[in-house]
Design a binder for this molecule. Structure first.
Ligand code: FAD
Length: 645
C-alpha cells in the first residue's frame, strides 16, 4: 500500500507516524511545501518574544530524524499543485521550480489554513506580516532585530493576536491592538472579555475596539495604519492576525466537495467526497457535537486526534469514527489566562438554542492560603435539563484544569449536576473543598430549580429604571461605588427593612459577586416576594462589563502599570510604610484595607499594600484622586499589584 500525505505538521505528521506503527511494510510519503515538518506552531509567538530562547526547541522533529525513525520518505519544499483523483496521481513542484508526478493508493490532505489578508491599500508593504509557520517567524524575528522595532500594531485580537501582543511587549515593543469587534477573543462572551480589556490596558497595550483598518502607508519613519474612525497609528511593524481560512484550493481543484462553511467536507471516517482521499485538521469542517452544524475549528488538539483516527481508517478500512470537537481552547494574555469550551451564550443565541447562564467568582485555591487569585467561571446550560453547553473561565491560576474538567463532561453529555458530583483533588494550595466548578454547579442548579431567579448584567442595564435595585453589600462597600439607582440595604439589615421594599415591583438584588444577593433574595422569597432576581456575577461582573474602555490616543499609547520608582516614591516620610497584605481579597476589599490603613496613620506617613485583585490598580488611583491622598507608586509584579499611598 502506498500512502501519500500532504502537509507535514500537526495532522499530517501524526497520521504518518501512526500509519507506520500500524503497517511496517507500507510505502509512506510525506509532502511538505515548507522547509520544516512537525514543528511547534503554537510556540512561535513565544520564540518571537524571546520567552523561548532556543529556536531548535520549536523543531520537534527534523525531516531527517522523522524519516529515519518512521522509515518515511519525507520531502520538504515539495508543494503539491494538483491532484488527479481518477488516475490517483499528484503533480508536485519542487523548490527549484521543477515539477514531477507521484502516484498514491490512499491520500491524506492536512494542508492547514491560510491567514486572511484583506485587499487593503498598502497591505503588501515591507514590515507587515502574518504568522503561520517557521519561515514567517524567522522573518518577523529578524525584522524586529534589524529594524530595531519599537512600535507594533497587531490587527485582530484573537488568541494569536493577543499572544503576539504579549510577546512583542515582552520583547520591549510598544503595542497597539486594533480589533473590529467590540471585544477581544471572539469565542467568549463580552462580560468575560471585559476584564481582559482592562488587563491589556493596565499592561500598557493601546486597545482600539470597534475599529477597522482602512489602509496602510509606508513612510520613511515606518508604517502609518489608518483606521475607520480617521485615527492613525504610527508603527514600525504590523502583524495581521485577522483570522484564517481553510486551505482548500487543492481540494477544490481536485473536485472534492466543500461544505457550507467552506472547509473540506468529510464523513465520520474523515474520508472526503472522493474515495481514498481523506482530510484532517484546519482544512476540514465537521459537525459540532452540540449543534450538529458543521463548523471550522482551528486547533492543534483536534488536528492531532484526527491524524491518529484517519491513519487507522486509511490502513484498517474505515473502522473508527471521529466524535467531533466542541472547541476547547486556552490562551495566556500577559498575567491572565482565558479558556473556553463548548458554546458561549452568544453562539447559543446565534443558533437559536434555549439556554441559561451563570457566572461565579471564586478563588484559584483556598482564600486563607497565600496567593489565592481570582477566578471567574461562566457556564451555559439548558434551562430545564441542565445539560451543559459551554464554559468560559478567566483568572490567573487553575483556569486550565477547570475548563478541562468541564470539557470532558460536556463531551460526554454532562449536566450542571455532574459538576456538583465531580470529585476533585483538594488541599489548600491547590483548590477549595468546594471547588469553583462545584460552586458553579450549585449556582446553576439553584437557577434551574427556581430557588434563585436571576438577571444578567445586560438585562439589568436595559431595565434598570423598571425595578427596585437593592445593593446588599455593606455601607462601606456601597460608598466605594454601586450601580446608579441602587438602594443600600445590607444583607444583615434585610429582615428589619422589609417595609422599604415594595411587594408589587420587580426587585433586583446584588452584592459583590452574587452570594449575599442570593441570601437576601431567599429572605424576600421566604417573606412572600414573588418577583425577585439576583444579578448574575454581582457588581463585579456588572461594573466590569459596563465600564467604558478608555480610547487610546494614537500618539500616546497607555503606559504600563509597572513603572520604575518615581522620584516622589523616594520622597515623603522617612518612616517605614505600613505594610498591608490584601492578596485574595476581591474588589472593593483591597481598597477598604487601604482606607483602614490610611485612617490609622499620621499625615505624611505611607501605606504599602499588596493585592491580587485585577482592578486594584485602577481602584487605587481613583480612590487616591477622590480622597486627596497621593498614589506614590504602582508596581505590577507578575500577579500582584503593589500600591503605595
Ligand atoms: C502562531 C500559531 C499559534 C497557535 N497556537 C495554538 C495553540 O496555542 N493551541 C492550539 O490548539 N492551536 C494553536 N494553533 C493552531 C494549530 O497550530 C493548528 O490548528 C494546527 O497546526 C492545524 O494542523 P493542520 O495539520 O491542519 O495544519 P498545519 O499544522 O498548519 O500544517 C499544514 C502544513 O501543510 C503544508 N501544506 C499546505 N499546502 C500544501 C501543499 N499543497 N503541498 C505541500 N504542503 C502543503 C503547510 O506548509 C503546513 O506546513 C496555532 C497556530 C499558529 C499559526
Amino acid at each position: 500500500m502506498k500512502y501519500v500525505i500532504i502537509g507535514g505538521v500537526a495532522g499530517g505528521a501524526t497520521a504518518a507516524a501512526r500509519l507506520r506503527r500500524i503497517d511496517e511494510q507500507a510505502e509512506i510519503i510525506l509532502l511538505e511545501k515548507g522547509k520544516y515538518i512537525s514543528y511547534a506552531n503554537c510556540g512561535l509567538p513565544y520564540y518571537i518574544g524571546g520567552v523561548i530562547a532556543d529556536r531548535e526547541k520549536l523543531l520537534v522533529q527534523t525531516p531527517a530524524s522523522f524519516g529515519k525513525r518512521f522509515r518515511i520518505d519525507v520531502r520538504v519544499e515539495n508543494e503539491v499543485i494538483a491532484i488527479d483523483p481518477e488516475k490517483k496521481t499528484l503533480t508536485i513542484r519542487k523548490a527549484d521550480g521543477k515539477e514531477y508526478e507521484e502516484t498514491y493508493d490512499k491520500l491524506l490532505l492536512s494542508p492547514g489554513a491560510n491567514p486572511v489578508k484583506p485587499p487593503l491599500e498598502g497591505i503588501d508593504s515591507e514590515g507587515i506580516f502574518t504568522l503561520r509557520n517557521v519561515e514567517d517567524t524567522d522573518r518577523i524575528k529578524a525584522y524586529i532585530t534589524d529594524k530595531q522595532v519599537k512600535r507594533a500594531v497587531v490587527v485582530g485580537a484573537g488568541f494569536i493576536g493577543l499572544e503576539m501582543a504579549e510577546n512583542l511587549h515582552h520583547a520591549g515593543v510598544t503595542v497597539s491592538v486594533v480589533e473590529m469587534g467590540n471585544q477581544v477573543m471572539a469565542p467568549i462572551d463580552f462580560s468575560m472579555a471585559a476584564p481582559i480589556h482592562r488587563h491589556l490596558i493596565e499592561k500598557g497595550v493601546s486597545l482600539y475596539l470597534e475599529e477597522g483598518v482602512t489602509r496602510f502607508q509606508r513612510t520613511e519613519e515606518g508604517i502609518t495604519v489608518f483606521l475607520k474612525s480617521g485615527k492613525t497609528i504610527p508603527a514600525d511593524m504590523v502583524l495581521l492576525s485577522i483570522g484564517v481560512r481553510p486551505a482548500t484550493a487543492l481540494a477544490q481543484q481536485a473536485g472534492l466537495e466543500l461544505g457550507e462553511t467552506g472547509g473540506i467536507r468529510v464523513d465520520e471516517h474523515l474520508e472526503t467526497s472522493v474515495k481514498d482521499i481523506y482530510a484532517v485538521g484546519d482544512a476540514i469542517e465537521y459537525p459540532h457535537p452540540l449543534t450538529g452544524k458543521p463548523w471550522l475549528n482551528y486547533l492543534a488538539n483536534p488536528a492531532n486526534r484526527q491524524g491518529r483516527i484517519v491513519a487507522d481508517n486509511m490502513a484498517l478500512g474505515n473502522t473508527t469514527s471521529y466524535e467531533g470537537a466542541i472547541g476547547t481552547s486556552i490562551a495566556k494574555v500577559f498575567d491572565m489566562t482565558v479558556a473556553s469550551t463548548g458554546l458561549a451564550a452568544k453562539r447559543l443565541k446565534q443558533w437559536g438554542m434555549e439556554y441559561q447562564s451563570s457566572v461565579t467568582h471564586s478563588a484559584s485555591h483556598a482564600g486563607y492560603y497565600p496567593d489565592a487569585l481570582p477566578l471567574t467561571l461562566k457556564l451555559t446550560f439548558h434551562p430545564k435539563t441542565g445539560k451543559l453547553y459551554g464554559a468560559q473561565c478567566i483568572g490567573y491560576e487553575g483556569v486550565d484544569k477547570r475548563i478541562d474538567q468541564i470539557a470532558g463532561l460536556i463531551k460526554h453529555g454532562g449536566t450542571v449536576y455532574d459538576l456538583m458530583e465531580t470529585e476533585h483533588t483538594y488541599a489548600p494550595p491547590f483548590s477549595s473543598a468546594k471547588d469553583p466548578i462545584a460552586i458553579a454547579g450549585y449556582v446553576a442548579s439553584n437557577i434551574i430549580s427556581g430557588a434563585m431567579p436571576v438577571i444578567s448584567w445586560r438585562e439589568l442595564a436595559e431595565k434598570k429604571d423598571e425595578v427596585m435595585l437593592i445593593d446588599t453589600r455593606t455601607p462601606e462597600e456601597f460608598s466605594f461605588g454601586t450601580i446608579p439607582g441602587a438602594v443600600n440595604i445590607p444583607l444583615d439589615e434585610m429582615r428589619d427593612r422589609l417595609s422599604e421594599i415594595p411587594a408589587d415591583k420587580p426587585v433586583v438584588l446584588f452584592c459583590a459577586v452574587g452570594l449575599r444577593g442570593y441570601l437576601a433574595q431567599r429572605i424576600l422569597i421566604g417573606r412572600g416576594y414573588r418577583n425577585t432576581a439576583n444579578l448574575i456575577g454581582g457588581y463585579k461582573t456588572y461594573s466590569t462589563a459596563v465600564a467604558p474602555i478608555p480610547a487610546p490616543t494614537a500618539s500616546s499609547p497607555a503606559q504600563p502599570a509597572a513603572s520604575a520608582p518615581s522620584q516622589s516614591a523616594q520622597s515623603g516620610s522617612a518612616k517605614e510604610p505600613l505594610r498591608v497584605n490584601a492578596c485574595g481579597l476581591q474588589c472593593p476589599g483591597p481598597i477598604m484595607q487601604v482606607k483602614k490603613a490610611m485612617d490609622s496613620i499620621a499625615p505624611g506617613e505611607r501605606v504599602e499594600i499588596v493585592a491580587t485583585d485585577a482592578g486594584f490598580a485602577r481602584d487605587a488611583s481613583a480612590w487616591c484622586a477622590t480622597t486627596g491622598n497621593k498614589l506614590i507608586e504602582k508596581k505590577g509584579r507578575k500577579r500582584t499589584l503593589h500600591g503605595i499611598a
